[in-house]
Write a protein of this length. Sequence first.
Length: 306
Amino acid sequence: MNNILSEPLQLFAAEYYEAAGSAAAAAAAAARAADPATEQQREFIQVASEHLLLLQKQEPRLLQQQHPQQLHRLLTHNNPAIKALALFLLLTRYCGPTQQQQLQSELEELSSTCAPAAFLAAAAAAERDPAAALRICSNYSTDELRALRVQLLLRIHRDDSAKAELDSEIASTAYETAEQSISRALCQLWNGDCAAAGASLADAEISLVRKGGGISAVMENARAVCAMQRGDFQTAIELLTNLLAVAPWDETALSNAVCCWRHLQKDKTAEELSDAAPAPAGRVCCRSSSRLSAVSPCCCSSCLLQ
């Protein structure tokens, strides 16, 4: 991992977007003095953090009016990672079926230019064609792409391969990164081991030298999932309510909250939340959405069996 960007990369991977953006901004002088690739990646982290925070905090109707225009302006950016970010968000959130193939092709063309573009191309392909996404992941060997590969293997029910790859990766490194700890938690959740997953999430926080506070949607959602797998839906909904207070349009949190309210037999509340939320939250029990973090397991033991 690039030492200059170690902190912002770890924060970004764990979805502490406010802290990641601040850390990336603080690293600007050192990144520019290092080499163009480091500055390119730093700039991507800063811009991506801003846009992903926007998706979590702004009401979808307003986003639909304003955000596509902002993204179209980024398509002319000289940083291929930022251009890939614009293509990814347009493809997964705003374009119609007739444009999807073209945008996916453009994104896959960019995947050979830099690791962030490869990550985004694989994440965009994850729901439609996990096998193609896995092939794209092979273009680079970064913490982010290896973590995505583990999640993709889980999606196609190759949890044995996911665990083997993750164990091998952790054994080959001097210390466990936040991405590795989160990947380990996802594998454990996939297998219904919520106690071990909770410990892995704690390890992820320890490995993040977290500055500036903020909240991580992936960490809070995962904690809620641990509670849901224990059957403690009251604790889960409390965690999700706290998350939605600061990230009201986080799609995974909305999906998990809908599932929680249903399990708590508050069907009216679940339906109201589902109706108000973006489309992915209306799916049954927390299906994965095409977010930058790519793939999340289903939320509770009953869903894991589907």
